[in-house]
Design a protein around this ligand. Structure first.
Ligand SMILES: Nc1ncnc2c1ncn2[C@@H]1O[C@H](COP(=O)(O)OP(=O)(O)OP(=O)(O)O)[C@@H](O)[C@H]1O
Length: 262
């Protein structure tokens, strides 16, 4: 995404996601106020902002789950938005696996309902399960696996449909700090392999820095993009080396100040 002050408008249509003049009002509550940004293809962008500022609302609009106010110009992969799209996959904080299906069957389901051929679904499952470290748990039911595994399976449910854009709404937010750190490392490894466009919502400044190419900072409601920070840390990123890089600390200081956290 580019900030509102960024003169990259000419390249807007080249991005995976292009948002111009996006506002959203729920009744009397103005949540989003003229959001403008572009997210490039294969870019990993995180969004930070105060609680309730509208981060999830932006994601839900991109996912076609919420209507923006009139006047917004939204493009997905160069095309005007047209509601929900197969090109977009979403993972929320809480998984939506069906309790009566195994991990594998839950993952297959997203393709089965789309009419993908059985053999092709099997091919994709065999590719995805090892990447998500779920091979040994394919026959387990959701209640038999840990919270971290459930969120990995939720990622699998989305990835199997091969979306070009991945929207992650605090996917590990409900997990303990250690599991969350581990899953972030795995997410990064996965992203380095699949290189999809990712938009992540998080409350964690260090998580945003560790994972992202750019971090967008939003203001309080009515919310705008107040800053767009490019994270210039080398990839692939090793957790220890990245956190020990002096620039990591500088980004923490910069983003903390922007967030009003001192
Ligand atoms: N469908 C809806 N109807 C009415 N109000 C809504 C609806 N969805 C969101 N809101 C309101 O819009 C505001 C922004 O909500 P949103 O969930 O997008 O914020 P957020 O930044 O993701 O919050 P958090 O960081 O706490 O998860 C909140 O005040 C919320 O109550």
């Amino acid at each position: 995404m580019t900030s509102q002050a960024d003169p990259a408008d000419a390249q807007a249509s080249a991005g995976a996601i292009s948002i111009r003049g996006l506002s959203k009002t729920f009744g009397a509550l103005k949540v989003l106020d003229d959001i403008n940004c572009t997210i490039g293809e294969a870019e990993f962008v995180s969004t930070l902002g105060p609680s309730g500022c509208g981060k999830s609302t932006i994601l839900r609009i991109i996912a076609g789950l919420v209507e923006p106010d009139a006047g917004a110009e939204l493009r997905l992969l160069g095309e005007p938005f047209g509601g929900q799209s197969d090109q977009v996959g979403v993972v929320f904080q809480t998984h939506n696996m069906l309790p009566w299906l195994t991990v594998e069957k839950n993952i297959r389901l997203n393709c089965e309902v789309r009419g993908v051929a059985r053999a092709e679904i099997t091919r994709r499952v065999e590719e995805i399960l090892p990447v998500l470290k779920l091979e040994g748990f394919r026959e387990k039911y959701p209640h038999q696996i840990s919270g971290g595994m459930k969120q990995r399976a939720a990622l699998g449910q989305t990835l199997i449909a091969q979306p070009k854009v991945l929207l992650l709404d605090e996917p590990f937010g409900a997990l303990d700090a250690l599991t969350r750190d581990q899953l972030n490392v795995e997410l990064l490894r996965l992203w380095q392999k699949i290189r999809k466009t990712v938009v992540l919502i998080t409350h964690s400044i260090s998580e945003a820095i560790f994972l992202s190419d750019r971090v967008l900072v939003m203001s309080d409601r009515p919310s705008r993009v107040v800053s767009d920070v490019r994270i210039d840390l080398p990839r692939p990123r090793d957790p220890k080396a990245t956190r020990e890089d002096p620039r990591f600390g500088q980004y923490v200081t910069q983003l903390s100040a922007l967030m009003g956290v001192h």
